[in-house]
Write a protein that binds this ligand. Structure first.
Ligand code: FMN
Length: 184
């Protein structure tokens, strides 16, 4: 698939199943993420990969957050479903260093966001569907601890990756851009 087709047909899919990317495919996904634009060459992010038993651990961590934030009974079931929605989950932690004068925290956050998009695009380029999920539970104390977060870090994504259960339509939907662009 050429780059422009990939960019203009990218689509999320929440209905995912095995297989997940294999080791070689996963390496390429990480490479794509780490080629994101990066002021100061900081690589201000960390990836936590969950498969197999890691997904059971994710379930426990999401449920702990539901209890911590008193999100209600229904969310406990949602946490269970979410943790097992895909055979692979890559959590993205934005590692923000507020002491770097040249690169403010918000720029570091943007790099981490671009890296996340890189994960998504490289997964899709290799035939794997995916979706970027967040939610209040990513702020859970136990989850943050398990992901190795420092105080200023933010868990910005749980990228769920797998094989689409149904073949998603990948047509190039032309979006009307006129309200989003001006020229000087
Ligand atoms: C920072 C961020 C957080 C998101 N969090 C969620 C989420 O928690 N739940 C959800 O259903 N979609 C979430 N989304 C949106 C989906 O990943 C997806 O982009 C959206 O459903 C639109 O589908 P599309 O990517 O095919 O255009 C998030 C997107 C971003 C950029």
């Amino acid at each position: 698939m050429d780059a422009l087709t990939l960019l203009t047909t990218r689509k999320s899919n929440k209905k995912l199943t095995a297989p997940a990317p294999n080791t070689e495919q996963f390496k390429l996904i990480l490479q794509a993420a780490m080629h994101a634009p990066d002021h100061g060459k900081l690589h201000p992010y960390h990836f936590v990969v969950m498969e197999n038993d890691g997904l059971n651990k994710l379930e426990t961590l999401l449920k702990a957050a539901v209890v911590e934030f008193d999100l209600g009974e229904e969310k406990l079931k949602k946490a269970e479903n979410l943790a097992h929605r895909a055979p692979m989950v890559i959590a993205v932690v934005a590692k923000i260093d507020p002491t770097i004068a040249k690169v403010p925290g918000w720029e570091q956050m943007l790099s981490a966001g671009c890296a996340t998009y890189g994960l998504q695009l490289a997964a899709q380029a290799q035939g794997f569907d995916n979706v970027w999920i967040s939610g209040k539970w990513v702020n859970g104390t136990a989850l943050r601890e398990a992901f190795g977060c420092c105080e200023q870090d933010r868990v910005i994504a749980l990228v769920m990756i797998g094989t689409g259960m149904e073949k998603a339509e990948r047509e190039c939907r032309v979006i009307d851009t006129k309200d989003f662009v001006t020229y000087l």
